[in-house]
Design a protein around this ligand. Structure first.
Ligand SMILES: [Zn+2]
Length: 443
């Protein structure tokens, strides 16, 4: 006769949680467990049944916690975390042209990118992010930093037609982007696409080259588009049309475009985005801080346009905190639409998880807690006085919790944050390396 424990199915991990928000369905599970094996979610079931059915190598009892899919930060510039607080309280073009670009000209290197990316990744894991998108130079360094930390990443190598320490012209940028694409082609956690900076730094010929390369590689494109009113007037003066019309001319407006910001949109443009299934990436705090404008979330949602959420870089936010970003997104959507029902707590969590996954083309793999999906998960301990009473844990998550309450994070079943401790990053070494860069940047 086999013993009871021998009858149980052996798996890698069992997570017992007070609450689970699967996101794919709105129903919140109470006293349920998630069974993980080889990086995959195999079952979500009542804790009593899980204890009878499974024998796990690692078990986590999270009896005051809400477990959600890991947050997906769909837009940022990780290495720019080294510029955090260096040039605040300025409008976008003054900030870029007089501060950020001169600093990048002086300091941009593989080492700058590595250290800045590791700093960003540490902050993101500690705040529940399991997948981030990154538009920057030296993308292979960003990819290596992500791989080392065990976090999932979408790399969008920056493409410009301006000489920088990374590349000299559009053809060299495209070659670097293609190299990055092939380097990570078979990596299960890193996906490399194309990251043309914006329509205003690329000619029509440059944009055509980017569109052709994306078709050749069959990959997505992420680009800053319609970020400010100034971008629109620059385009009207120089190209006699709005930036989206320029992108349409090179056949870039389709389901493979991730359009970041989109604060300036006409009704016709929103209809066109819906018709072409263009993805929108919303970065509310960056838009607020740079006074760029307001992305019309309510109107986009009415048209069923997929919207992901991003923090943008720490130089214009100034943190990489998706919980904070969710709260800002929800409050801003209500205020800008004069409608308190816009972007409720459940919809906001979905924007930071499943809709984020859809916006970057990874929703078959991540974004919700369902069997067969990758085990990218986040646990938040909801036991602070400020969270009580808990009538609705998702409301408390969005409107009262903060990132210091994130206790555990898993990516593909591997634990990256355990009881608030980073498991794959040496925090002390990282702090020392950041201080070296702080001294250099203030020379
Ligand atoms: Zn950006």
């Amino acid at each position: 006769m086999p013993s009871r424990s021998q009858e149980k199915q052996s798996i890698n991990t069992l997570i017992h949680a007070k609450w689970i928000a699967r996101v794919s369905i709105d129903e919140l599970l109470v006293d349920h467990s998630i069974a993980l094996n080889q990086g995959i979610i195999i079952e979500v079931l009542p804790t009593g049944s899980a204890l009878q059915k499974y024998q796990a190598n690692s078990t986590y009892s999270l009896d005051q916690h809400l477990v959600t899919p890991g947050f997906i930060n769909t837009h940022g510039h990780a290495a720019m975390t080294l510029f955090r607080g260096l040039a605040d309280d300025l409008p976008l073009m003054t900030w870029l042209e007089e501060h950020i670009w001169p600093q990048e000209t002086k300091w941009l290197s593989a080492e700058f990118t590595r250290v800045g990316s590791e700093l960003a990744i540490a902050e993101m894991i500690k705040s529940g992010t399991t997948c981030f998108s990154d538009n920057y130079f030296f993308s292979q360094e960003v990819g290596k930093a992500a791989e080392k930390a065990g976090i999932r990443a979408q790399l969008c190598p920056t493409i410009l037609n301006i000489k920088t320490p990374w590349a000299a012209n559009i053809d060299e940028y495209l070659a670097k982007a293609e190299e990055s694409y092939h380097t990570f082609e078979s990596n299960p956690l890193i996906y490399s696409i194309l990251g043309p900076h914006s329509p205003y730094v690329l000619t029509d010929n440059d944009l055509s080259k980017v569109a052709n390369k994306a078709n050749e590689l069959d990959c997505m494109i992420q680009m800053h588009i319609h970020e400010t009113a100034q971008e629109i007037s620059h385009s009207l003066e120089n190209y006699y049309c709005r930036p989206l019309a320029r992108l349409d001319r090179v056949s870039m407006l389709d389901e493979k475009l991730q359009a970041v910001h989109m604060t300036q949109l006409t009704e016709h443009e929103m209809d066109l985005l819906a018709e072409r299934n263009v993805k929108v990436i919303h970065c509310p705090e960056s838009n607020l801080k740079l006074a760029s404008g307001f992305c019309p979330i309510s109107s986009l949602k009415t048209r069923n346009i997929t919207i992901g959420l991003g923090t943008d870089g720490a130089a214009s936010n100034n943190d990489l905190d998706m919980l904070g970003e969710m709260r800002s997104a929800s409050l801003l959507a209500k205020a800008s639409s004069s409608n308190a029902t816009t972007l409720n707590a459940t919809e906001t969590l979905r924007m930071a998880t499943l809709d984020g996954a859809k916006s970057i083309g990874l929703d078959k793999l991540i974004g919700s807690i369902e069997p067969t999906k990758q085990a990218d998960l986040c646990a938040i301990k909801l036991d602070e006085l400020a969270n009580l009473p808990i009538y609705n844990p998702i409301s408390q998550l969005i409107y009262t919790a903060n990132r210091s309450q994130v206790s555990h994070v898993w990516v593909a079943g591997k634990i990256l944050l355990k009881d608030k401790e980073l498991m794959t990053i040496d925090t002390n070494k990282l702090k020392e390396e950041v201080q070296v860069w702080q001294r250099k940047l203030t020379l």
